[in-house]
Design a protein. Structure first.
Length: 459
């Protein structure tokens, strides 16, 4: 702990005493005092009270420009008028039926217009979407194994909780990473069926196909690796994956839980001009309500129609979430709003870059669509192991420093990224940049001092 970071932590604790009290109370009944492990951090998390448009207010009355936005699930922003109006109408006509209704067909049509899929099924979370997509791929190919990338997060089911945040020496050779369980309780048999490759390394992917001939059902990936801040695919990487899947009879699954709504009107398929076989959607497609979907070719979805693969869920297509989803697709995720977000994104990224250059911070800005991140590295990262080298205390200095100046620059954790909502304004971006400008010199100084200390120790 260095002095500048301790100063920001002290300020944080002075500003948020009611959050501290609330967390202490929660600890009596909730593990870690939170409802999801991702929400727990030291000394304690901010407790939210309310949100409107691009701002959030905590229980202490502090207002923040909110670029956390529920881990990127609120590109609509808080309480978007079109979403609220649609939800309010549904609340008086039935919140759940467990029966078919017209909004199912309407929302499926909206999704099939934008993404290269022919049929869709719905759920409530990204975990459900990727779980069912993988099961379908296995059924469609009559194969058990899948390939995922080291450091990638695809939800909380057993096929996803492999090599999510592995460490040396457990993870082995970068050219042929070892499978590492994401935690206790994941069966060894599940781990054995998940082959691990290195992001942006086609040779490591091809090696897995050669080692497991005729056994790989699918490759699943985020088209932009977002469990490491923001790691863009290098030119040719996605097309190389497409070609390998076609060659070996495997399916290519895009986990677009984060990118599907936030890269542009047609998601990653349009953005990168490489089409997958299956797409998983969640987060921002619901406008603030739990909603997920997975879609693929009719020939694959027919496995559900033929009762060969089972898919169900009591909460699937509940009318409130579906109404929110329809309003989101029709009135939030519009061409005009994408242009607005793109303008703000460019302004934010350019503002960061100017300040970084001015103070001599060893960092860069990665950005795509509504997402971006301050990457505290001297050069662009290409995979999970590049990301591992981050200076965690320096990142915490950045995050708490921004919070103390009224900006939630991104969710807590150095593997996250910011989201710009359709309701954010130029004034919000100005405040974000002013906060960064205020702390950037201290960050650069701390970075230089810490690098010098490391060099002295090494010498």
């Amino acid at each position: 702990m260095y002095t500048a970071l301790q100063r920001e932590l002290d300020t944080y604790q002075r500003r948020t005493p009611k959050s501290a009290e609330a967390h202490k109370r929660n600890l009596r009944r909730l593990p870690l005092g939170v409802a999801s492990n991702y929400r727990a951090y030291d000394p304690y998390p901010i407790f939210a009270k309310e949100g409107h448009a691009g701002r959030l207010v905590d229980v202490d009355g502090n207002e923040y420009v909110d670029h956390n936005l529920t881990f990127g699930a609120l590109m609509a922003g808080h309480c978007h008028p079109a979403v609220m109006k649609a939800v309010e109408r549904r609340l008086s006509t039935g919140t759940m039926f467990g029966m078919p209704h017209d909004m199912e067909w309407e929302l499926a049509e909206e999704i099939c217009k934008r993404f290269p899929v022919e049929m869709v099924r719905f759920g409530s979370s990204g975990t459900e979407a990727t779980m069912h997509a993988i099961r379908l791929a296995r059924a469609a190919t009559a194969r058990d194994k899948i390939i995922k990338f080291e450091g990638a997060y695809h939800g909380l089911h057993d096929s996803a909780l492999v090599s999510v945040k592995p460490h040396a020496p457990d993870y082995g050779d970068i050219n042929a990473p070892t499978q590492v369980s994401g935690g206790q309780g994941v069966p060894k048999a599940s781990i054995a069926n998940v082959q691990i490759a290195t992001f942006n390394d086609l040779v490591s992917v091809e090696r897995r196909f050669k080692e497991n001939p005729g056994e790989i059902a699918a490759i699943i990936l985020e088209p932009i690796l977002m469990n490491v801040g923001l790691c863009l695919p290098q030119p040719g990487f996605l097309q190389g994956l497409r070609d390998l899947c076609t060659k070996h009879g495997a399916l290519l699954i895009y986990d677009e839980v984060k990118t599907g709504a936030k890269l542009g009107w047609g998601g990653a398929s349009e953005y990168f001009s490489v089409k997958p076989d299956m797409i998983c959607l969640a987060k921002s497609i619901g406008g603030g309500l739990p909603l997920a979907a997975f879609g693929t070719h009719r020939s694959v979805m027919d496995l559900i129609s033929q009762h060969k693969v089972f898919h169900g869920g009591t909460y699937n297509t509940n009318p409130v979430s579906m109404a929110a989803g329809l309003a989101t697709f029709r009135e939030v995720l519009t061409i005009e709003n994408y242009a607005h977000v793109d303008k703000l994104s460019k302004k934010l990224a350019e503002g960061y870059r100017k300040t970084i250059a001015k103070v001599g911070l060893q960092a860069y800005i990665a950005a795509a669509g509504a997402n971006g991140a301050l990457m505290l590295y001297p050069k662009e990262i290409r995979n999970y192991r590049d990301w591992e080298a981050i200076d965690v205390d320096l990142w915490r200095h950045y995050w708490f420093g921004m919070v103390n100046r009224g900006v939630l620059a991104q969710p807590y954790w150095w593997d996250e990224q910011w989201t710009i909502s359709v309701q954010h304004t130029e004034a919000d971006i100005d405040k974000h940049l002013a906060a960064f400008n205020d702390i950037a010199e201290d960050l650069a100084k701390a970075q230089q001092e810490r690098a010098g200390n490391v060099a002295v120790v090494a010498h």
